[in-house]
Design a protein around this ligand. Structure first.
Ligand code: FMN
Ligand code: ATP
Length: 323
């Protein structure tokens, strides 16, 4: 398991602080833990084994852009606990979170390197991609990183970036794919399937009168895909043996019944009739089935839902374990 720890916790926990000394480190946002991050984190794990220390990924929270720029950071693909979960599969020991205060972000590249990598962590190896920048105004680049590390006999590896269709894989590119509803492309670049997690709350309770009850999700913290109907897998804490249920997910307004353009995320789970209220539900999105439509009446919507459910069943039944 990758443990999620805060830099501020190290001062009060000397054993934890000690266990982090002399490891292999990578610094970034790691939002989505996409294929590029995965290749890089794999090298972090290998370097950690070589130097006999921990494999450490460092992120800043909140996203520096939300502290420094008026328009803030882009919507997240993953919460920090989800990033740690995905990093567990890659053998990363710790996801270390630095609180992105103005003071922290105001450090020069040299100060940042000296205080965090040298004084706090006694890092032995640093692994980054070629587009890595650090310190105030992003003034430090990989050349400067190598100079600073060489002076202190710290190893540096700059990995060859992962590309897809001759373009760099990046969190921004994954966000574009999700925002346009292209889940297969997003999932391929992620190397895992994109998830939405939220709490099941009460909706209009109209779904059950249609014969298609839906779990309405609220409190979703990550990027919501383009409006549409999606094939998904639903799971929640306490799902027996981690079983997933095929689900037809509706994202968007309900134009057939309601002129308000309020975006809802609701899921009809196939072959399930339990009580989900209050549960933390995760919807793992596979692909878009169709766009949201305004139907002439409830009966026309019901006919379409029958077709949607069949499409979802077929899509999910032929799913490979990896996207
Ligand atoms: C798979 C699926 C597809 C849906 N597609 C549409 C749609 O295209 N247009 C629409 O107005 N409502 C659509 N709905 C939403 C229904 O109108 C909605 O489930 C119903 O109004 C119940 O809302 P409630 O959960 O708040 O009770 C869809 C629901 C599901 C589960
Ligand atoms: N495609 C990639 N291949 C290898 N390394 C990458 C790739 N993309 C990013 N990295 C590296 O991963 C580390 C973390 O970067 P970061 O989390 O900012 O990734 P990003 O996907 O480029 O994000 P964004 O799109 O928001 O700029 C950095 O060292 C960065 O250079």
């Amino acid at each position: 398991m990758t443990s999620l720890i805060y830099l501020s916790d190290l001062a009060g926990d000397p054993d934890l602080h000690q266990s982090l000394q002399g490891g292999a480190i990578s610094i970034g946002n790691f939002d989505g833990v996409h294929l590029g991050h995965r290749a890089l984190l794999d090298r972090v794990r290998q370097h950690a084994e070589r130097v006999g220390g921990k494999a450490i990924a460092i992120v800043m929270d909140p996203h520096p852009a939300s502290v420094l720029r008026p328009h803030g950071a882009p919507p997240k693909l993953t919460t920090l606990p989800r990033r740690a979960e995905l990093m567990s599969e890659l053998g990363i020991d710790h996801l270390l979170v630095c609180e992105a205060t103005r003071e922290f972000l105001n450090q020069t590249a040299e100060e940042f390197f000296q205080r965090l990598i040298v004084e706090q962590l006694s890092g032995k190896a640093i692994i980054e991609g070629p587009n890595f920048f650090f310190g105030r105004d992003r003034a430090g680049n990989t050349t400067r990183l190598k100079e600073l590390a060489d002076e202190r006999q710290i190893d540096v590896e700059i990995v060859v970036p992962s590309v897809r269709d001759e373009r760099l894989v990046s969190s921004s590119r994954v966000r574009e794919a999700i925002a346009s509803g292209d889940l297969p492309l997003a999932n391929q670049m992620l190397g895992s399937r994109y998830c939405l997690t939220g709490t099941v709350t009460t909706g209009e309770q109209r779904g059950r009168t249609l014969g298609f009850p839906t779990a309405n999700l609220s409190g979703v913290e990550t990027l919501i895909p383009e409006n549409g109907v999606y094939a998904a897998l639903a799971s929640w804490e306490g799902t027996v043996d981690g079983t997933c249920h095929p689900a037809a997910v509706h994202i968007g307004p309900n134009p057939t019944f309601d002129e308000r353009q309020e975006t809802k995320i609701e899921a009809h789970l196939l072959d399930y009739d339990g009580d989900l209220y209050g549960k933390m539900l995760t919807l793992t999105l596979v692909s878009q089935v169709r766009g949201v439509q305004k139907f002439a009446d409830a009966s026309a919507l019901k006919q379409q839902l029958q077709i949607d459910l069949q499409t979802v069943r077929e899509t999910v039944s032929s799913l490979p374990s990896q996207p």
